[in-house]
Design a protein around this ligand. Structure first.
Ligand code: ATP
Length: 366
């Protein structure tokens, strides 16, 4: 086991700055997920940790060792790639043993490790098969097996589930989580899928345009997003954003726009004081809006009026898109609420779950 530490790490490809001043220290045995949209620098950062990409600036440590100039094979890491990179002419056993053979491990040690990994991954019966004789999920296991037998200090995984169909991806996701808990090996995992990030990561690093936006636990990212980007990226469907003016009235602050006048709770109200009379971004998640008459959210000064434009029944709940003075807000409402396109509706907001963002910096207020 080992900590991984990145200090002021930069990566430039000519004029392109792929990674800007990346800082992170993992815990021993921690599962850290890098998440962000395509091109945000996740893979490049992972490849710098692996030693597959030169660092333009900064320092990377694995354990206490500065690894900037250590070649990949000596970093004590094992990497699992998106395409698995299995050798087609070798069977499963040979694929898993190959890395150890190169490192001249004794035969019986190799045999012990391959069999142990096969047992953990439940692929003992596949050891004689070639990769082409395996399903996608089985290949994925073999790729994991090849990483496990190395008994590395750190696992690095680059979208290892992206080639699997949706159902298998959910299954393998749970297995990877279980496996990581069992082995306790520090793991850094790259994905563009926020659900995968939320379900796997002890902590998540949210990236955009080469820059770290926030490093936090899944729940903290959801409850306290640092800026509008993180707020919109984490959670599904995405948080709604609508411009609102801050109206101060005695101790209270209200967020006001045509269609609503929402009372904020004391904490947000306090943070909004300097914005009195100005516009901010109001953020509210679809699950924190209910349909009047069909929600447990009580009616207080929390009503938004609008017209239903889209109705998407999902069974237990229905997603409705409501135009509030021209801005579409998505609300997750009770699946049995009788709601139709064209209806004029009143949505009730959970006032303890409102977010506000500075209109210029887009940073969270409060
Ligand atoms: P994806 O999810 O699509 O893999 P990513 O977040 O992993 O995206 P990177 O692959 O790290 O993003 O790329 C970050 C930026 O660096 C992108 O703008 C990309 O075009 C650029 N980039 C990556 N590799 C190279 C390279 N070898 N040469 C030039 N530019 C590169």
């Amino acid at each position: 086991m080992a900590k991984v530490r990145l200090e002021h790490v930069w990566k430039r490809f000519g004029k392109v700055v792929a990674v800007k001043d990346f800082n992170l220290e993992t815990e021993d045995g921690e599962f850290v997920v890098f998440v962000g949209p395509s091109g945000c620098g996740k893979t490049t950062t992972l490849r710098m940790i692996a030693g597959l990409e030169e660092i333009s600036e900064g320092r990377i440590y694995i354990g206490d060792r500065l690894v900037n100039d250590v070649p990949p094979k000596d970093r004590d890491i094992a990497m699992v790639f998106q395409n698995y990179a299995l050798y087609p002419h070798m069977n499963v056993y040979e694929n898993m043993a190959f890395g150890l053979r190169l490192r001249r491990y004794p035969k019986d040690e190799i045999d012990r490790r391959v069999k142990e990994a096969a047992r953990i991954l439940k692929i003992e019966h596949l050891l004689n098969r070639k990769p082409r004789e395996l399903s996608g999920g089985q290949r994925q296991r073999v790729a994991m097996g090849r990483a496990i037998v190395r008994e590395p200090k750190v696992f690095l995984m680059d979208e290892p589930l992206s080639n699997l169909d949706a159902k298998l991806r959910v299954e393998m996701r749970a297995e990877i989580a279980k496996l990581q808990r069992r082995l306790g090996v520090t793991t850094i995992y790259v994905t563009h899928d926020q659900v995968e990030a939320m379900t796997l990561g002890h902590r998540i690093v949210v990236m955009k345009d080469g820059e770290v936006q926030q490093v936090d636990t899944p729940l903290n990212l959801y409850d306290f997003p640092a800026n509008r980007f993180v707020a919109g990226f984490i959670g599904s469907p995405s948080m709604n954003f609508i411009k609102a003016r801050v109206e101060l009235q005695g101790e209270r602050a209200y967020l006001v726009a045509p269609g609503f006048r929402l009372r904020t709770n004391p904490i947000l109200g306090e943070a909004l004081r300097p914005y009195g009379g100005k516009e901010v971004w109001l953020g509210v998640r679809p699950e924190h809006l209910g349909l009047k008459g069909y929600t447990v959210i009580p009616e207080e000064e929390n009503v938004l009026r609008g017209e239903v434009e889209v109705v998407e029944p999902l069974g237990a709940e229905t997603e409705i898109h409501v135009s509030v003075d021209g801005t579409l807000l998505v609300a997750k409402v009770d699946g049995h609420a009788p709601v139709r396109v064209g209806d004029k509706v009143e949505l009730l907001a959970d006032l303890s779950r409102l977010h506000a963002f500075d209109p210029e910096t887009e940073k969270a207020i409060g």
